[in-house]
Design a binder for this molecule. Structure first.
Ligand SMILES: *Cc1c(COP(=O)(O)O)cnc(C)c1O
Length: 369
């Protein structure tokens, strides 16, 4: 990539392809693969990512909300799209764009069935979500009879799949809990499949599930973070390539004398002669104030430049006293050569949060080499 002239999120589609192939190699050849592209494909570029994944032959997409699925359809994506968390107010729009809802509660099932009947739909594909311990969204085991009662002999809807979600798939200390969730899901899905006169496919694993519980891949897996280059474990991170790299440049360099302060609230006070660099990037771009005051560093010419003082809305100041650099030079915030997981951990958060925080103000540049 050329040197950036402003704050830029570079999106590397060849890294995406590498990660996809790695995850595919970790599952059975006939297991379907769903790419999770919610939240702008984890803060990158939803349409570019989905087009690439569609070209690679992915089986399914998932988004959280209906409007995300609508954007994909408007961009010409033809692959089936599961909407994980639809709201009744958007059901008509969902149907108009052939999006497939997750039905996760008696209320949502009844309301969607009502809409489907009103619109005279025939075997419209839906997915039934069961809660097996995350206690976030999903039917309970004792809702199976209700679901069957509502849908048996009902021609407007067809249950394409049943699924659930692990609460702690990345945490080996919680493996007994995860195994219990898997056993519960098996039991519930068998019960449902017995009572229907057809056989929906099943899926439960997210990225860390694929890596830690491959025996529970059923007929499909759902991966998000792994596709974007992070695996919630250093050994996995070593196999994957970050898709998004956030870069910026040095706008101005200052020489600071002893006992001067830098930034709002005079939060940084110099203990000697210091050189600082001001960058065109701030909390409005997604780098929150929790990263300020020495917690986190950025990379300039391969060296660590700690953020000093408070992060401003549109600017960050870093200490470059020991780095040979000048105005216009490139700065790596996170990504390839400085992982988003490491960046996030300095402020006690996770790669998912920093990746999805990068605001639309930041220019996206796509490469596919
Ligand atoms: C976001 C999400 C995923 C993807 O999880 P990763 O850890 O990013 O792989 C899978 N399933 C559901 C239900 C989700 O909400």
């Amino acid at each position: 990539m050329d040197k950036v002239g402003e704050t830029t999120l570079e999106i590397d589609l060849s890294a995406l392809e590498h990660n996809y192939r790695y995850l595919k190699y970790r599952i059975e050849p006939n297991t379907k693969f769903l790419a999770v592209v919610k939240a702008f494909a984890y803060g990158s570029d939803m349409v570019a990512i989905a087009q690439k994944m569609e070209n690679l032959g992915v089986d399914y997409f998932a988004v959280a909300y209906v409007k995300e699925g609508v954007s994909l359809r408007k961009a010409g994506i033809k692959t089936p799209i599961l909407v994980l968390h639809p709201q009744p107010v958007n059901f008509k729009e969902l149907i108009d764009h052939t999006l497939e809802p997750s039905l996760y509660s008696p209320n949502i099932l009844k309301l969607f069935l009502h809409t489907a009947q009103e619109q005279k739909l025939k075997e419209y594909p839906v997915h039934i979500k069961f809660n097996t311990g995350l206690n976030r969204l999903g039917f309970w085991e004792n809702d199976v009879d209700f679901i069957v009662e509502q849908l048996k002999g009902e021609s407007s809807l067809k249950i394409l799949s049943v699924f659930s979600h692990l609460a702690a798939s990345e945490d080996s200390n919680e493996s007994q809990f995860s195994l219990n969730q898997i056993a519960t899901f098996k039991k519930i899905s068998e019960k449902l499949r017995e009572k229907l006169n057809y056989t929906p496919f099943r899926h439960m694993l997210n990225t860390s599930g694929v890596l830690n519980y491959p025996e529970a891949q059923f007929e499909m897996v759902r991966s998000g973070i792994g596709l974007y280059g992070y695996g919630n474990h250093p050994d996995i991170d070593a196999q994957l390539k970050p898709v998004a790299t956030l870069k910026t440049i040095i706008s101005q360099i200052h020489k600071i004398e002893p006992n001067e302060t830098v930034g709002y609230n005079r939060a940084f006070a110099s203990d000697g002669y210091r050189t600082t660099a001001t960058l065109p990037l701030g909390h409005a771009d997604g780098i929150g104030r929790q990263y300020g005051n020495g917690k986190t560093y950025l990379m300039i010419h391969g060296k660590k430049a700690p953020i000093i003082g408070n992060v401003c809305m549109d600017m960050i100041m870093v200490d470059v006293t020991d780095i040979d650099c000048k105005e216009g030079d490139e700065v790596i915030v996170f990504g390839q050569n400085h992982s988003a997981e490491d960046f996030a951990s300095t402020a006690n958060t996770i790669s998912y949060e920093i990746l999805t925080a990068i605001s639309p103000r930041v220019k996206r540049v796509i490469s596919d080499l």
